[in-house]
Design a protein around this ligand. Structure first.
Ligand code: COA
Length: 168
């Protein structure tokens, strides 16, 4: 059966929480709060995109995209993440399909660009790279990457929504 990437529906919400928790459970760099972040973004109405990967009735992966603020006032930037693939389904291209769908939808909606915090070796394949001068305070610069959709990358510091502080 083919993999389908579609928008979150109300019936997906519990499974999204479970997959997010499971995907990050074994990750040393994880805060183990990613499932709470997704819920808090949803409650705050800040899920610009909430895409699920499904095969038949099974939900296999999820990606969240939310607006971010730039200190120079540049508008239209978004942050990608958390992104999660069910642990027993990783390494088969599901994460890549979610990344490509999220990027395509952001471009189609006129986003200025997308940032994310993650492993450069993985995200470079989607066009993300480090832009010195665009920073997320408090994190190692080499993990904070951006993908502009046409324009310049601002010199600015980036602020994610308060939902990223959610712990429950
Ligand atoms: C990261 C994640 C979403 C990727 O999803 P996936 O379906 O496994 O990814 P794909 O199958 O599309 O791509 C697999 C490729 O990415 C690589 N990859 C996956 N995670 C990686 C990482 N953290 N660092 C470097 N490469 C990574 C794999 O080695 C593989 O490489 P290859 O194509 O050269 O063989 C998934 O592994 C996951 O849920 N991880 C746990 C949660 C997490 O770390 N999320 C991201 C936080 S930044």
């Amino acid at each position: 059966m083919d993999l389908l990437i579609r928008n979150e529906q109300p019936g997906d919400i519990d499974a999204i929480g479970r997959i997010t928790e499971a995907a990050f459970a074994g990750q040393a760099y994880s805060s183990h709060t990613e499932q709470f972040i997704v819920s808090a973004l949803r409650r705050a109405g800040q899920l610009t995109l909430s895409l699920v990967a499904t095969r038949g009735d099974e939900l296999l992966g999820h990606v969240a995209v939310s607006p971010v603020r730039l200190s120079n006032g540049a508008a239209g930037w978004h942050g990608l993440g958390p992104i999660s693939v069910r642990p027993d389904q990783q390494g088969q291209g599901i994460g890549s399909a979610l990344m490509e769908a999220a990027i395509a939808r952001l471009q189609a909606m006129g986003s200025a660009g997308c940032v994310l915090l993650g492993e450069p070796a993985y995200y470079a394949r989607f066009g993300f790279r480090v832009y010195p001068g665009l920073e997320l305070p408090g994190v190692p610069a080499e993990y904070f990457q951006a993908l502009p959709f046409g324009g310049d990358v601002p010199q600015a510091s980036v602020q994610y929504h308060d939902a990223f502080n959610a712990t429950a």
